[in-house]
Design a protein around this ligand. Structure first.
Ligand code: AP5
Ligand code: MG
Length: 186
């Protein structure tokens, strides 16, 4: 199964994607985590994206698209995957569709997690993992970037007919059960 999990910063994409991936035996691909790992390892990619991530802005589309294309080409991804944090602009969604078409694949479901801003902000401020973009100021920027550049991706997938909206408030387990119910039966 190929799944996209989508939502604003703090919606619980990472938390839920990990659980869904374990449940279905598929790979969890978080583009944000890939960038943070690259920064920690001091790679060329890490150097390129560090200041962008620190500021809460978006990495250029082509950089992300190339990274995802190279990653999912690996054999491990043939059983399926759950994408967390990608596609994050309509341009990325279009590029991803072209990539899937070349691979003769399609996405089974797009899960959109939603929660009010106060809930998102509270979760991010109490995460405590030392992320450079979890300050009050950078969270505000990330939410603005989400509304302007990322939210339009929802309409793109609504039109494509695989869109599922899931309430992202409540306990982690409650949300997980809602996501499982939203997955296509197969
Ligand atoms: P990314 O890593 O994707 O960050 P994000 O979208 O800002 O989202 P978060 O990871 O902060 O939140 P989440 O939805 O995963 O929630 P989580 O489960 O952690 O991207 C980071 C940066 O990388 C971007 O700003 C950009 O610069 C760059 N980037 C990445 N992808 C890109 C792309 N495609 N294009 C361009 N740039 C890109 O939960 C949050 C917290 O809440 C956690 O502490 C968790 O434990 C807690 N929590 C979760 N669920 C619950 C619950 N139900 N109740 C209480 N607490 C909960
Ligand atoms: Mg995350």
């Amino acid at each position: 199964m190929r799944i996209i999990i989508f939502g604003p910063p703090g919606a619980g994409k990472g938390t839920q994607a990990k659980m869904v991936a374990e449940h279905l035996g598929i790979i969890h691909l978080s583009t944000g985590k890939m960038f943070r790992d690259a920064i920690n390892q001091g790679t060329e990619l890490g150097k390129l994206v560090q200041s962008i991530i620190d500021e809460g802005q978006l990495v250029p589309d082509q950089t992300v698209v190339d990274m995802v294309e190279e990653t999912i080409a690996s054999e491990d991804y043939s059983k399926g995957y759950i994408l967390d944090g990608f596609p994050r602009t309509v341009e990325q969604a279009v590029a991803f569709d072209n990539m899937l078409e070349r691979r003769n694949e399609s996405i089974d479901v797009f899960i959109s997690l939603h929660a009010p801003d106060e809930v998102l902000i509270q979760r991010l401020l109490s995460r405590g993992e030392g992320r450079s973009d979890d300050t009050e100021e950078k969270i505000k920027t990330r939410l603005e970037v989400y509304k302007k550049e990322t939210a339009p991706v929802m309409e793109y997938y609504q039109q494509a007919g695989m869109f599922r909206s899931v309430d992202g408030t409540g306990t982690v387990d409650e949300i997980f059960q809602r996501i499982l119910s939203a997955l296509p039966k197969k």
